[in-house]
Design a protein around this ligand. Structure first.
Ligand code: J2J
Length: 543
């Protein structure tokens, strides 16, 4: 029988439970407990208003009952594709209460990615927000549902519109009259599925269990010194793992603090909320940091409540890192994390030099890390190598992907991150590169092969290669090299093609170049080092 999810070996799991990393609790229990302890405290602030812990618990319960009536059952997969709005948090906890598995999908995903996710998971429902015009998510959802017969229910935050479906509000009302739901999910069961940055043509899903996600969030909250006075501003998309558990929404709720949802990442919107709500901590990707620093010089907003600015998702350069403390008047914390698990943090009491020049060290004493050369042999501190890891909140296998797992994990269960790091003598990690074929564009991960396959649909293109090259604004921008004898297609032609083919807009190459022949390495693979060097106008050094 095929198993959807590969767990930890029984003995390892027992060890994690004995050590107290894994508790006998689900994520649903976490909300219920907090609501019972301090129901009147504010859990969530958004454009829709304020919810206390008791309100959030009650609304999640009503919506769970409404969704269960559709029906959505324990174990069902549900595409949860909502922006930074109150409905996201309520629906997330409603699904956890049922024991259904939310698939946390970025609002920016295209129909092709969503269809692939729905097919892989056999999802039965899709939750989107009402929108307008060409990018109305309801239109995309209808298209995805036509391509995936498993998708029986469309659920909309707002008006379902002419295409039909259920509004979250109506389901919540119906749930108020229906019997309450208790999921019966066990702490070791998968709680949700996250999207992997990926290196393959089709997306990969990461199963995270209640116990491992709860530990990730709680341990992160401890490292970030969260408590009931914490006010966490969610600026990055709520469906990103960083925003969820590092320490994010779940970590803040576990600590009894308040989550404030920022509807867009602009510093003006964020600074208004920092002042109004007394925000103490928030998280950004590096490409946003210079905009925040610029706006901080101009703003009349009072930012004095902000204690910690977390930055992660891609490499923050040392010079910008050094500006954060003096210019924002708060502590910088670098975060090097991954939806697959492992989170590294600089600690709040680390020396300035460590905070500004490293990406921190593992969260948990039980995180095992290896830095290895191409033959898998450990390299000494100070030398670059691939980071491998296993531990109490790092996956042991992707969802329904046994073939891919054979490449992504060592036989003894270490996850191959594809990241090149140097470990300092102190044990901190510095991210120096990547061996996975991925572009990290402003923190959004693009699997090169996925875009390359679509580029082959351009007329007269024999081969295509996508590479990331350094960019002052984005960190990396994507450049597509097309092997063709025809004139180079314009970027807007390429854009039209990729959007028509249902790809997310952030995957459209920032630049397109035509070449008569793609350079190959000695073993006949496209020489991407050479292509990157061509863009930089450099001759590549011999490896
Ligand atoms: C360099 N590269 C980094 C960093 C991630 C917290 C924070 C981030 C993510 C995330 C996350 C980096 N410097 N500081 O899930 O919980 C690159 C690495 C890594 C990949 C993971 C979290 N922080 N990266 O970014 O799953 O290449 O998670 O393997 O989106 O981002 O991407 P993702």
């Amino acid at each position: 029988m095929r198993s959807d999810v590969i767990g930890w070996p029984e003995e390892t799991a027992a060890g994690y439970r004995r050590a107290g990393y894994w508790r006998d609790r689900t994520l649903d229990d976490l909300l219920r407990e907090r609501a019972a302890e301090h129901g009147d405290r504010t859990a969530l602030v958004s454009a829709s208003g304020r919810l206390s812990y008791a309100d959030l618990d009650e609304r999640a319960g009503r919506l769970a009952a409404g969704l269960a009536g559709l029906p959505i059952h324990r174990g069902d997969r549900v595409l949860l594709q909502l922006p930074n709005r109150e409905e996201y948090v309520v629906t997330l906890f409603a699904l956890l209460r049922i024991g259904a598995l939310p698939i946390l999908a970025l609002p920016s995903l295209g129909t092709t990615e969503l269809t692939a996710l729905a097919r892989l998971s056999g999802a039965t429902a899709h939750v989107v927000a009402q929108g307008r015009g060409r990018n109305d998510p309801r239109t995309g959802a209808a298209e995805v549902a036509r391509a995936c017969p498993s998708l029986r229910h469309l659920v909309v935050a707002g008006d379902p519109g002419p295409g039909g479906g259920h509004s979250l509000a109506a389901l919540e009302r119906a749930g108020a009259e229906a019997p309450a739901v208790t999921s019966g999910a066990a702490p070791g069961d998968p709680a949700l599925l996250l999207l992997s940055g990926g290196t393959t043509g089709t997306p990969k899903l990461i199963p995270r269990t209640h116990a491992d996600y709860d530990y990730n969030a709680r341990a992160s909250a401890e490292v970030c010194a969260l408590d009931e006075h914490t006010v966490y501003l969610a600026v990055l998309p709520v469906t990103h793992n960083f925003t969820m558990v590092s320490p994010g929404i779940v970590g803040t709720l576990a600590a009894g603090g308040t989550v404030v949802l920022c509807p867009d990442p602009s510093p003006t919107t964020a600074f208004t909320l920092v002042e109004a709500e007394g925000v103490t901590i928030t998280a950004l990707v590096p490409s946003l940091v210079p905009h925040w620093l610029d706006e901080a010089r101009r703003t009349s907003r009072d930012l004095s409540s902000l204690r910690v600015l977390q930055v992660g998702g891609s490499r923050l350069d040392d010079a910008t890192a050094r500006r954060v403390g003096p210019e924002l008047g708060c502590r910088l914390q670098q975060v090097f994390g991954m939806a697959e698990g492992l989170n590294n943090y600089t600690r709040l009491d680390d020396p300035e030099e460590v905070v500004c020049t490293t990406q921190g060290r593992p969260l948990s004493p039980a995180d095992e890390i290896l830095v290895v050369d191409e033959e898998g042999r450990p390299v000494p501190p100070g030398h670059p190598g691939e980071l491998l890891t296993r531990g109490p909140y790092t996956l042991r296998g992707y969802y329904r992907a046994p073939e891919h797992d054979r490449l992504s994990f060592t036989p003894d269960g270490f996850y191959r991150t594809g990241d090149l790091v140097v470990r300092t003598a102190r044990g901190d990690l510095v991210v120096v590169g990547r061996i996975k074929d991925q572009v990290n564009r402003a923190g959004e991960k693009i699997a090169a092969i996925e875009v390359e396959e679509h580029l082959l649909a351009l007329p007269d293109v024999r081969a295509a290669a996508l590479v990331g090259v350094p960019d002052p604004q984005l960190g990396e921008r994507s450049v597509a090299f097309l092997e063709t004898d025809a004139p180079c297609p314009s970027r807007s032609e390429v854009r039209r093609l990729l959007l028509e083919r249902g790809l997310a807009a952030f995957k459209v190459p920032d630049e397109v170049r035509a070449v008569p022949k793609l350079p190959l390495t000695g073993i006949g693979k496209v020489d991407k080092r050479r292509l990157r060097a061509d863009v930089a106008g450099l001759t590549p050094t011999v490896p």
